[in-house]
Design a binder for this molecule. Sequence first.
Ligand code: TRP
Length: 332
Amino acid sequence: MKKTILTGLRPTGNLHLGHYFGASKTWCEIQDDYDFYLEIADVQALTDNFNNPEKVRKNVFEITKDLLAIGIDPNKVHFFIQSQIPEIAELTVFYSNLVTVSRLERNPTVKNEIAQKKELFGNNGESITYGFLGYPISQAADITCFSGEVVPVGDDQLPLLEQCREIVRKFNSIYGNILKEPEQLLSKTSRIKGLDGNEKMGKSLGNAIYLIDDEETIRKKIMQAITDPSKIKKDDPANPDICMVYYYHKLVNTEENQETICKECKKGARGCVQCKKELIEAMNQFLKPIQEKREQYSEEDIKNILEKGTKEAQEKAKETMSMVKEAMKINY
Ligand code: TRP
């Protein structure tokens, strides 16, 4: 029996290199080893995009296409849409009794997000919604609804997983041993730096390269990438370790080329413009097969894949719900 794995992502934009190298590349590598549930978390996306439903809807399809393009196989992985599994919402209500408000307010992931979303939630989080504060409960429902045993996450998600485990323990201690405590599968590289040298590549930071970026967009972005600021002239020696161009060469170029680039840069034998041009070439080579694969899927294909995965997920969710309701004595 394969273990069950569950992970999710918020459909708020296309996938970028940060998502790819930080997470979804690993999902491709392990898709044979698990019974894999992949949730397009539209309900969670709405917790901070409730005023933009069009954006969330569009990105459900966009993100599914991106995931298929990088090689996630819909015959191995159940792709499903969170909103189409009402059991998740039901579980969220039941779990809400097991979590204190102060525990949610102390969750580091939630705290960080509130601080980042001042426009939506006020300078001190005074306008935080009930729904956003409670999304860790909903995420615990996402995982346990499918008896997720393993959850692949970046370290920013660990507090959410810890909160899920607490809910499971509390539930089991009151209603009987029904739910499984999930364990994390931490990604080796959980963070990819942005074009501007920021520790994190992110959509809201405006420093991302997207898997769907065309050649012209890639060219513009890479030409603006941050290099060693001490290098003024083309033949000044420089430090590749603080250069974003070299950082991305290490992600998408061959090992042989990486070595040459590193050596030449340190000796002052390569100019940044040349180096950027080579990166543009390597980046396009890297993205081309992904973009070609993406083109092969029609809107109809995507709909069918989501429909099939959602049906499979619904079956599993029903099983869990019947056990939960029996344990909670609400199985009328
Ligand atoms: N919170 C996750 C993110 O923002 C997305 C997510 C939703 C998730 N449900 C999940 C991740 C369940 C792991 C397990 O990226």
